[in-house]
Write a protein that binds this ligand. Structure first.
Ligand code: ADP
Length: 719
């Protein structure tokens, strides 16, 4: 009897076996419909094998579906990713099939000539229509426009049977990119980097690169040239460009379109489902060469993936923490390894993990030394707030105010950066000191003036600002504490009433379209002072932007998180790197109460190496990544007792292991979210310990009750 192991989207660690009916052929990667309880469910055949004399009573595969077979290496990748992240392989496979679950775009209605039929009355308008149409099929409105007639003329011809309406299935055409469409003249560093990558692509085989260059050094231009050379050598090559944020895709798509004379495919949650289906089908059929997308684009069924680029590879947004927990950058490297492709991790501020890999010689290190052309890096100054603290209830120091005034007078732009949404991060009662928190959640309510509401940034809960204190009942005693971007903008408007100001945060630009509009008006010089959260810190090029002010440079340094220093360094380096991208020199001013902090000293000195060296030494002393490995187990439930008990059970079941420690259980950093109690256990292991095997053995010993959710986070981003 033939048996197929089928991956179906259920939270279980194995595939399910089904009998292959007599006369059917099933091949690894085939999509099949299989019975599961009373219904049929879509799955992917992972393995097909022969059993002899088995007495197992297996259900049979219902149907081998007509959908494209998942390519071998895509399935290899899915299975590897599931093992690495300890995720259910069937759910990983379902991620790879997501595009197929979307509806097909509606067929397009077009008109065409019915052979041998002529109009009874050939008026001038009718003749114009038939001439414009020729032997083609055209959408009616287009035809009316081309022929310069009203739609009634076309309708008349259809009624008379001279034209007929046909439905044409909308098959997306992805024009092949032309590598020679608009090449850039690269500087020697860029050219060398592009050649190195392109040679690796052409030679074949897994080759990872770190493309390391300051903001504006031309990394994008360099990897696009590598893509062009790869396409010249192999016109069927597929190239995936991963970006950390949807807001960045538009600019990159425009650059690719300008460079190659054809638009790439776009893939992220903001793309309409019918379009996603078209992209999925084009990718698996090899009809599409360049994909620009978010981390989920890693799961597309590439027919011939030759090059993966992870732009802004240090960015924490590549880590997916809901649902399947994985790091997009790490999986990108794995995908390239499995495909035998090249992978380029690009950044001005690479993660310590990536730098470590480059130092060890595992990644080839390509460096772009200077900014392209005349642009120079901004001069970075620290403003010591202890010298002349700003007045109470204001957030901009005298020095920063003066700098903004000078910039404004020169007709240039300023970006004020504060990584805090809303008006004020905390609302407090002056009478009793009570701080307003979200219901059933461990987080402050943030005041938003634009919407007039108090918002929990964790759960999205919101409510109008109350008149009375919910704790003591006093009236009109609730006051905002501290600044958010809206409050800084208010101060700026008071100081510079003539300036055009705007706020860029996920509240003011909730979607890709509004982000594009705001970015465009900034690029067009319609905004003088932009107050922004990290949403605007990365990627964008604003030629007239010459001043970046960081309102609170100490913000990220306060947390005790593993990556607090690294993340702050990266964020501030990216933010300050926005200034002076074109022919005008820029400067950046950082307001701080702790100018002696090593992160700020390194930033001010423009000395990344000094920062990296100091931070690496600390990580090495504590055997933390990249010198060791981590994993987190997070338990959550509405039933606090059940969480406690499961946490204790886990703590008692820890297998013996060397060079590995388990910490906890302790309250998770967000101990209460939407009424769910959260506990966490942390694992630290030396690099050569098989962390996944340890976790699997451990989890096999404990029964987690259905009321408790267990999330395994291998290589957590925060710790
Ligand atoms: P990065 O990706 O390193 O931040 P970009 O590739 O975005 O840098 O380049 C920064 C700016 O310099 C862009 O406006 C880009 O068009 C321009 N640029 C980079 N390299 C070249 C080049 N070789 N010729 C012309 N312009 C370039």
């Amino acid at each position: 009897m033939k048996v197929a192991s089928v991956l179906i989207p259920l939270p279980v660690p194995e595939a399910f076996d089904y009998e292959v009916p007599e006369g059917q052929t099933v091949v690894r990667g085939d999509q099949v419909a299989v019975p599961l309880g009373p219904r049929l469910i879509r799955g992917v055949a992972a393995e097909v094998f022969e059993t002899i004399g088995s007495n197992r009573r297996l259900k049979a595969i219902d149907q081998v579906l007509d959908d494209p077979r998942l390519p071998e290496r895509t399935l290899d990748f899915v299975e590897w990713a599931a093992r690495w992240t300890l995720s259910p392989p069937g759910e990983m496979a379902a991620t790879a099939l997501k595009g197929l679950r979307a509806p097909r775009p509606r067929p397009e209605r077009r008109v065409r000539r019915v052979e041998g039929r002529n109009p009874a009355r050939p008026t001038a308008a009718r003749t114009a229509v038939l001439e414009a149409l020729g032997a083609r099929a055209m959408p009616g409105p287009d035809l009316a426009r081309t022929a310069g007639v009203s739609s009634g003329v076309i309708k008349g011809l259809v009624d008379e049977g001279v034209l007929e309406v046909v439905e044409i299935e909308a098959v997306a055409a992805f024009d092949p990119p032309n590598p020679d469409h608009a090449p850039a003249a690269l500087n020697p560093d860029q050219a060398a980097a592009a050649v190195a990558v392109a040679e690796a692509v052409t030679a074949g085989g897994f080759t990872p690169f770190l493309l390391d260059g300051v903001t504006g050094s031309g990394k994008t231009e360099a990897y696009l040239e590598a893509a062009a050379q790869a396409l010249r050598a192999d016109p069927t090559a597929q190239i995936l460009i991963l970006l950390p944020e949807i807001a960045l895709t538009q600019a990159v798509i425009e650059r690719i379109t300008a460079r190659f004379g054809a638009a790439p495919a776009e893939w992220h949650s903001g793309v309409a489902p019918p379009r996603r289906r078209q992209v999925w089908e084009a990718v698996v059929a090899g009809r599409c060469n360049i994909v620009v997308g978010a981390r989920s684009a890693l799961f597309l069924p590439y027919a011939n993936l030759r090059l993966v680029v992870v732009d802004e590879e240090h960015d924490g947004s590549f880590k997916q923490e809901e649902g399947l927990v994985y790091h997009g950058r790490d999986l990108a490297v794995a995908r390239a390894r499995i495909e035998g492709a090249a992978v380029v991790l690009a950044s001005a501020t690479p993660s310590l993990e990536t730098l470590w890999n480059a130092h060890q010689g595992r990644y080839r290190w390509l460096k772009l030394a200077a900014r392209h052309g005349a642009a120079v890096l901004p001069e970075i100054g620290l403003i010591d707030l202890r010298d002349r603290p700003p007045d109470p209830q204001t957030w901009l120091s005298q020095s920063l105010r003066e700098a903004i005034g000078e910039t404004l007078a020169r007709g240039e732009q300023s970006l004020l950066f504060l990584n805090r949404r809303g008006y004020a991060p905390v609302v407090l009662c002056r009478a009793c000191g009570h701080r307003l928190t979200a219901p059933d959640t461990d987080s402050w309510l943030v005041e938003h003036r634009y919407t007039g509401r108090l918002v929990c940034h964790l759960t999205g809960f919101s409510m109008p600002k109350p008149k009375t204190c919910p704790s003591c009942g006093a009236e009109d005693t609730l006051v905002p504490v501290g600044p958010g971007v809206e409050r800084v903008e208010e101060e700026v408007r008071g100081l510079f009433p003539q300036a055009r100001t705007a706020v860029f945060s996920s509240d003011t630009v909730p979607d890709g379209k509004s982000a594009r509009t705001l970015i465009q008006s900034m690029a067009d010089g319609e905004i003088d002072i932009l107050v922004a959260t990290q949403a605007a810190a990365k990627g964008h090029n604003f030629p007239r932007l010459t001043l970046v002010g960081v309102v609170d440079a100490d913000l990220g340094l306060r947390g005790g998180d593993l990556r607090a220093a690294e993340r702050t360094y990266q964020l501030l380096a990216q933010a300050t790197g926005r200034a002076g991208r074109a022919d005008r020199p820029g400067r950046a001013l950082l307001q701080t109460w702790t100018p002696e902090h090593p992160v700020l000293e390194a930033l001010a000195a423009g000395d990344r190496d000094a920062f990296v060296e100091a931070e690496m030494a600390e990580r090495e002393a504590a055997s933390l990544p990249p010198y060791g490995r981590l994993a987190a187990l997070i338990l959550s439930s509405e039933n606090a007792m059940a969480v406690e008990k499961t946490a204790r059970d886990l703590a008692e079941a820890i297998p013996n292991a060397e060079r590995l420690e388990v910490y906890g259980p302790a309250d998770a950093p967000l101990a209460l979210v939407r009424g769910r109690r959260r506990k966490r256990l942390l694992v630290r292991a030396d690099r050569d310990v098989n962390l996944q095997a340890f976790l699997r053995a451990w989890l096999a010993r404990v029964k987690v009750p259905a009321s408790v959710r267990l999330t395994v986070d291998v290589d957590p981003y925060s710790f």
